[in-house]
Design a protein around this ligand. Sequence first.
Ligand code: GLA
Length: 381
Amino acid sequence: MNIQRIVLSISFVCLFTFCAAQCKLQPESQISLKTAFENKFLIGVAMNANQITGLDSIGDSVIIGNFNSIVAENCMKSEMIQPVEGKFDFSLADQFVKFGESHKMFIVGHTLVWHSQVPKWFFTDDKGLEVSREVLIERIHKHISTLVGRYKGRVKGWDVVNEAINDDGSYRASPFYRIIGKDFIKLAFQFAHEADPDAQLYYNDYNMALGGKREGVIKMVEELKREGIRIDAIGMQSHIGLYSPTVGEFEKSILAFSSLGVKVMMTELDLSVLPSPWENTGANVSDRVAYQEKMNPYKNGVSVEKIAEWEKVYSDYFKLFIKHQDKISRVTLWGLTDADSWKNDWPIRGRTDYPLLFDRNHKAKPIVAKIIKMITTPSEM
Ligand code: GLA
């Protein structure tokens, strides 16, 4: 045996012993979320500015260890990326995309056309008057082609249109709709497709388990498909509560959307433990309710009973996602830790909520091991 062979054999034995020890040391429940979901669907997380810039370095390592897809919570929204007409600010978005690439993640762009977090100039001329249909179409075109074009081949999927349908299924009377009519949706998808023909394109909305919204979205997507417009998936935001929606209604939407020949994604999952001022949990970001002490019951921690209730609901949803894994392409959490969540301030400012999978110390909550176990040892669930 020559020296090279001896070195090779020793290395092989060492590697084998190391791997065997690792396997033994690592109980199944310790594998990460992304490993557990590897052959099912992508598991993603929304990143905030502190995570994108590396200020929250602990958060970054938790993201790298657990998720294989990322979406930017805010930095790609129009008010951030094009605050002034023609002046694009890509500083954060560039860092976000670089982060995803360096960790081989599926990068999602959020969001191209949305009536909220949009700068005022988008709809007005220099006299402050509403612009014409032609001007608005041109502005949408420029916005989409610049943004999608910059990240062509790197951002793999885009939330093209966000929240265009009301809960009753009618079109939301946003400035986009008022000025252009429902064609703004079709045009946005066309512009995005032109800018990156390989990118996946999505429609995204909240309260998607409501019958009225479900029907409205189905009609809209059917129309897009009839006209030959590329649409790859429907995003159900999934800002859910303990009592609403029901898993049954949610499942109806997964089935109905998937039967349109598109994938279904849970794009902004969080499960609030707090009382909701309304029957539906929803996510109309402009809806606000005044603070009341009784609406903030868990300032100093959540009771064991409430946590058990919360875990049961999360488990029921993940069981549903696993059951329909053939229809689902991605489940994304809207934030990493409870401290990062918008739910602490919506719809009532200044509350303490616990909607995510990681606690305020970046520690995985027990639900994470339970979710992983659903996959590694399904018989025990
Ligand atoms: C909606 C949007 C998100 C985010 C949440 C609230 O769901 O799609 O971008 O703004 O509201 O944080």
